[in-house]
Design a protein around this ligand. Sequence first.
Ligand code: I3S
Length: 130
Amino acid sequence: DVPQLLEDPHEVEKSGPLNVTKIAQGGRKLRKNWAPAWVALAGNSLVFYREPPPPTAPSSGWGPAGSRPESSVDLRGAALSHGRHLSSRRNVLHIRTVPGHEFLLQSDQESELRAWRRALRAVIERLERE
Ligand code: I3S
């Protein structure tokens, strides 16, 4: 389902390119498949797009109007951890959601990954207080 956030770009807290792989689905381990993605953090969701938005798109960070996210996950109750034990790549972040979906996010830019970690932590903590 397309997040209602598409209509409310003000809720986008962060977006940008990351390398992503899903490593578990519903608690079941998956084979890694690293791929570049355009990732947006908005509301209580982390949304994955295959392509970045075109330069003509509003600066909200979303893909083109009506573009479909590849997938999205609910961050309510999610756990964040350093992913260094799960990958040989540098600057890796591990996310585990309540239903047991697990992702690794990676950037070659340490500052970028740190910014994502901060932003994700802030959203997860806000959801805990709600
Ligand atoms: O955790 P793993 O199994 O060492 O992850 C590596 C593998 O998934 C590998 O794929 P194949 O084993 O299917 O060839 C990937 O190419 C690597 O990128 C994975 O390791 P890193 O350390 O890059 O997450």
